[in-house]
Design a protein around this ligand. Structure first.
Ligand code: AMP
Length: 304
């Protein structure tokens, strides 16, 4: 596809739409030892995305961000068409945050023909969002593998907001010896605790007021877990707390080991309480990670 490279006036951001052009620019032989940090996103940028950039900026010579609303990870009836997009604002924010190269391919550029090969994630993808969104993580891994092959990053930055996605990608990198280090970045939240998300824009004013209950309920669940309550009881209480205080419907509330995402028969290592809540126009996810320390569980700090 022939699309000219654009230089953005701010901070010398280069916008690239073509895979070939990006690959040529990031060729290992041309890098002269400079390290590349990669931040894949679906755009409609907020401070969560920008904290990934901040980390990437600290550790690497060159920061590449991709913005691509990946059709392969949306199921029929999901919000692919309605997913918020604002390329102009995103370009400005990326430039201000110090992104060097912004890669914005079209779906035709990424998927010129129907793929004959599918990537099937393992059991981690059968839980949580994988159970409610069949094929979602197949599509995530497909785009992630393509992007890793295109960018060839030294380090790639992913948010704990999407903890299941992060865990599956870590397994993918380990199992297939992909040559990038995965860096976990804590969840960035609004002042009232709601996890920042591009989809928050689709909440009604009332739903926006209710939505912080999700994180509050998860925190309460973490306390119950630290006190030694049973897993099923905790999941029930978290779900009830959300339903009683909001108009949201529970898709799932689940307490599992992290990052293996297996049932927690015998609590050890890290645990996650993850949930998905459906509002009228949008579905929100959030989670809390709890770590065993000195024999008891403590909540991990995230960027509150
Ligand atoms: P998305 O554009 O929603 O696909 O997200 C792109 C990347 O940003 C993923 O690695 C997300 O986990 C991460 N991300 C999204 N929201 C947040 C947040 N509130 N805090 C930290 N990272 C986030």
């Amino acid at each position: 596809m022939e699309v000219a490279t654009e230089m953005h006036e701010l901070n010398n951001l280069t916008v690239i739409h073509s895979i070939q052009e990006l690959q040529a620019r990031l060729d290992r032989n041309e890098r002269q030892g400079r390290t590349v940090g990669f931040v894949p996103t679906m755009g409609f940028l907020h401070e969560g995305h920008l904290s990934l950039v901040e980390q990437a900026r600290k550790h690497n010579d060159v920061v590449v961000m991709s913005i691509f609303v990946n059709p392969a990870q949306f199921g029929p009836g999901e919000d692919y068409d309605a997913y918020p997009r604002d390329t102009e604002r995103d370009t400005q924010l990326a430039a201000e945050a110090g992104v060097d190269i912004l890669f914005m391919p079209t779906p035709e550029e990424m998927y010129p023909q129907e793929g004959g090969i599918h990537i099937l994630p393992g059991t981690q993808a059968s839980m949580l969002c994988g159970a409610s969104r069949p094929g979602h993580f197949d599509g995530v891994l497909k785009v992630v593998l393509k992007l890793f092959n295109i960018v060839d990053p030294d380090r790639s930055y992913f948010g704990m907001k999407d903890a299941q996605q992060l865990a599956i990608i870590e397994t993918f990198v380990r199992d297939f010896n992909l040559r990038t280090d995965i860096v976990r970045v804590p969840t960035v939240r609004e002042q009232d605790g709601l996890a920042k998300s591009s989809r928050n824009v689709h909440l009604t004013a009332m739903e926006r007021k209710e939505a912080p209950i999700i994180q509050q309920a998860l925190q309460q669940g973490a306390l119950l877990f630290a006190e030694g309550h049973a897993v099923a009881e905790i999941e029930k209480q978290v779900a009830e707390h959300i339903v009683a205080n909001s108009s949201g419907c529970i898709d799932y509330v689940s307490l599992l080991s992290y990052p293996a995402l297996t049932a927690l028969d015998e609590p050890k290592g890290e645990a996650i309480i993850a949930c998905a809540v459906k509002f009228e126009r949008t579905r929100l996810i959030d989670n809390i990670i709890i770590t065993k320390k000195d024999g008891s569980y403590v909540q991990n700090d995230d960027e509150q």
